[in-house]
Each structure stands twice: as structure tokens, then as C-alpha cells.
Ligand binder design. Structure first.
Ligand code: PAJ
Length: 290
């Protein structure tokens, strides 16, 4: 495995490796969720690249940029053990050279970026897709792998790639969970033991929504309330939003009958100072991408 810190060094290394190349973009603090993306890439691509870059542009001023975990040596061990060939690990000056912030290049998201995370974290998706567009330009992968854990991010990235006609396939990968249902996240390390116990409320809430759907409920608001009730019943859990949405446009649904298959429930909730997100398909079938 080679670790490259500059765009020029990465491009030189990339020119020597066989295709197809798969890219797994990350902010490090790797866990099984990230590694599941690497395994998907490993199974399909001759070369697997991972980027590790804690992207300041996607953190708000009151968010956790400075305390975001950065266990680089461990990340590199895990990446190598899982079969990564090339790691792109730039510093902030390499990704955002002087003048970048005032240049005309930020990629401004609309459509599916406007609600939910977009509303609660102003500027977040602009930061995400600006860095993803830049990573795709640097790495030129045939396929880039993203987790469904960040469902809205996955839809925003798909739209960005379609709108800018970037020649890359975006592969969405299922959420990896702890045995008790908690979705793996680099932010789970911030949870106290008590908060960790209460954090299962998110996945329990999603299962409650799914059960209501399976019992015949088709009104989106009733499903949304069934999900929210589990969160409100759990001590120390404060929902930011609970939404039942079209899986692609992220627009709220009124009824699930006749809606796009794979209607999605989205949750963001705070436990003390820790903000967690989770999501699941409510109606049967996964959404299709044509
Ligand atoms: P990060 O939070 O490090 O996540 C990197 C990738 O891993 C994302 O595609 C995310 O959806 C996926 N992932 C995280 N937890 C997962 C889980 N439990 N199961 C499956 N996949 C999971 O998302 C980002 O970084 C950044 O926004 C990035 C795309 C790298 C741009 O900076």
C-alpha cells in the first residue's frame, strides 16, 4: 500500500496501477462501515484507492472539526489489512490551496441537499460536494463507493455527478450496524456509556416505523410519529428531525401508496452534545437508479 500526500504524487502513482480503480472517500477514524466499502471495491476493482481527509469545509463553526478523531497510524493499518492499494492523505493546504475559498469553484448543491441535514447544517453539503468533486477530479475512479448511512449525502453526490456529467459510477453500500442495531459511526466514540445505551433508540425507532408499515399503515405522518415516539420515549434523546421521504428527491411524502419504492425514513437526534443520524427503507424494495 502506498500513501500519497500530494495531488501530483497521487496522479503519478495512479498512472502506474491497473484499472478499473475504485475510490472510497473517507474522513478517517475507520470502522467496519468504511471497511465494508473497501471490501465492495476490492471485489470489483483491480485497484482500490481510499482518501483520508477531514474536510473542514463541511463542518459548521460550532461543530466537532477540532476534536474529530484522527487515528492515522491505525487507519493505515486497517486500510492495508483490508486491501487498499493507494491512500490519498492530503493536508488542508493541498486540498484547499491559498485563494481556493475565494475562487469561483465551490459546487453549490440544490434539490435533495436543501432539507434535513442541509437545513440543520448550513453549508454542510456544499462542503461535501466541493471536496467530492475535487477528489473525483484528482483520483478519476471508475467507481466511487458511498455508504447508505449518509443517505442524503449519497443522493446529493449522485445528483452532482449526474448534473456535472462526471464519468464515474456511484455505488451505494448498506449500513453496517453494531449487534444491538446502532449504526457504526466515527462519532460513536463521543458517547458516554449511558448515552451509548440510549443510542439504540434510533435503530429501534426505524424498526418501529417499518413494523407500522408492515402492519398496513400508509400515511406518512402516522409512520413519522411512530418513529418519533420511540425517540421521545428514550431519556436523553432529542430528535432534530424525523422524516418520511422520497428516496431520491428527499421530499416529504404524504402517502406511501404509489410512492417510489423504497420510501425512506430519516432521523437525526442529539444525545447531549453528540449528534447521530440513521435511516432505513420503510416500504419494500430498494429504490432503483436509472
Ligand atoms: P465519513 O463519515 O468518514 O464516511 C465515509 C463513508 O463511509 C461515507 O460514504 C459513509 O456513508 C460511509 N459510512 C460511514 N458509516 C457507515 C456505516 N455504518 N455503514 C456503511 N457505510 C458507512 O461521509 C464522509 O466521511 C464525508 O462526508 C466524505 C464523503 C468523505 C466527504 O468528505
Amino acid at each position: 500500500m502506498r500513501v500519497l500526500e500530494t495531488i501530483a504524487a497521487f496522479r503519478a502513482a495512479r498512472a502506474e496501477v491497473p484499472g478499473p480503480l475504485g475510490l472510497v472517500p473517507t474522513m478517517g477514524a475507520l470502522h467496519e462501515g468504511h471497511l465494508s466499502l473497501v471490501r465492495r471495491a476490492r471485489a470489483a476493482c483491480a485497484t482500490v484507492a481510499m482518501s483520508i481527509f477531514v474536510n473542514p469545509a463541511q463542518f459548521g463553526p460550532s461543530e466537532d472539526l477540532s476534536r474529530y478523531p484522527r487515528p492515522l497510524a491505525r487507519d493505515l493499518e486497517l486500510a492495508e489489512a483490508t486491501g487498499v492499494d493507494l491512500v490519498f492523505h492530503p493536508d488542508v493546504a493541498e486540498m484547499y490551496p491559498p485563494g481556493f475559498a475565494t475562487a469561483v469553484v465551490p459546487v453549490v448543491p440544490g434539490g435533495p441537499a436543501q432539507r434535513w441535514e442541509g437545513e440543520h447544517r448550513p453549508g454542510h453539503f456544499q462542503g461535501v460536494i466541493t471536496v467530492v468533486a475535487r477528489l473525483l477530479g484528482i483520483v478519476s475512479p471508475q467507481t466511487a463507493y458511498f455508504g447508505e448511512k449518509d443517505w442524503q449525502q449519497l443522493q446529493v453526490v449522485r445528483r452532482m455527478v449526474a448534473d456535472l456529467a462526471i464519468p464515474v459510477e456511484i455505488a451505494g453500500c448498506p449500513i453496517v450496524r453494531e449487534p444491538d442495531g446502532l449504526a457504526l459511526s466515527s462519532r460513536n466514540v463521543y458517547l458516554s456509556p449511558e448515552q451509548r445505551r440510549h443510542a439504540t433508540a434510533l435503530s429501534r425507532a426505524l424498526r418501529a416505523g417499518r413494523a407500522r408499515y408492515e402492519a398496513g399503515e400508509r400515511e406518512a405522518e402516522a409512520l413519522r410519529r411512530a418513529i418519533e415516539a420511540v425517540l421521545l420515549d428514550t431519556p436523553g434523546v432529542r430528535p432534530d428531525y424525523v422524516a418520511v421521504v422520497d428516496p431520491h428527491s428527499l421530499e416529504p411524502l404524504t402517502r406511501l401508496e404509489g410512492a417510489t419504492p423504497g420510501a425512506r425514513a430519516l432521523i437525526a437526534a442529539r444525545l447531549g452534545g453528540v449528534r447521530l443520524i440513521d435511516n432505513a427503507a420503510l416500504s419494500g424494495g430498494e429504490p432503483s437508479y436509472s
